[in-house]
Design a protein around this ligand. Structure first.
Ligand SMILES: [Zn+2]
Length: 232
């Protein structure tokens, strides 16, 4: 007699466990043609996980495993299985939870995750995605707006160059004073200063963006170094 069914080939029935012989409410796994008590089912599940880890050579001895846990049934089941397997197979497990900053739902979720990690005896790391997302967004905007500002200032510099040249020629021709030339030169220097500042801010934002998104910071700094040398 079926007491309950998950609709995916696992039924709760009355009967006898194939492994320990316990006669109680047992789980019938249609796919494996197997009847197991709750205790033996957990061991069965752990053995299946272990076999998958070994078959695909996913872990070495003394490896450190970080498991992303959502608080849902799948990652929670894996958390408990990996904790036990870690003791047998000699690897260390830590749990990582992304708090999505979606109000009460995310807070309740975090409570569940904390409780489960506590029971499993696994250290938990929590990353608040909302803060990170906001920072990434801010740096991304600084990068895109930085490009537009640099382009505009480069255009302004070309205009200032032309004004300086025109003033020099007019001064040589005697139609402009030396003050006009100096004013044009001062205007050009001010654009140059703004352009240097804009480039500096843009490159800093790029480095921060790469570091926030876990990218290649050293490579970006090397690239930035090249750009700064090129700009001189
Ligand atoms: Zn059993």
């Amino acid at each position: 007699m079926i007491i309950a069914s998950d609709g995916h080939g696992v039924d709760l029935v009355e009967g006898r466990c194939r492994i320990c012989g316990d006669s109680t409410e047992i789980l019938r796994l249609t796919e494996f043609n197997l009847k197991l008590c709750r205790h033996c089912f957990v061991r069965f599940f752990e053995r299946r996980v272990r076999r998958a880890l070994e078959k695909h050579a996913m872990l070495g001895e003394r490896d450190r495993v970080v498991l992303a846990v959502s608080g849902g049934k799948d990652s929670t089941a894996l958390l408990f299985a990996l904790k036990r397997l870690g003791m047998v197979m000699d690897f260390e497990i830590r749990a990582l939870h992304f708090h999505l900053n979606m109000g009460e739902f995310s807070d309740l979720n975090l409570e569940v995750v904390r409780e489960q990690a506590d029971i499993a005896g696994v250290p938990l790391e929590v990353v608040r995605i909302g803060d990170l997302g906001l920072r990434v967004h801010r740096e991304f905007r600084a990068v895109t707006e930085g490009v537009a500002r640099i382009r505009a200032l480069e255009q302004a510099l070309r205009s200032a160059d032309q004004v300086v040249t025109a003033n020099r020629r007019s001064y040589e021709a005697g139609t402009r004073t030396v003050l006009d030339v100096l004013n044009a030169e001062q205007q050009r220097q001010s654009v140059l200063r703004d352009l240097a500042q804009a480039r500096y801010e843009y490159l800093l934002a790029r480095v921060r963006l790469v570091s926030l998104s876990g990218g290649d910071v050293e490579g970006t700094i090397a690239g930035v170094d090249g750009v700064l040398r090129g700009a001189q």
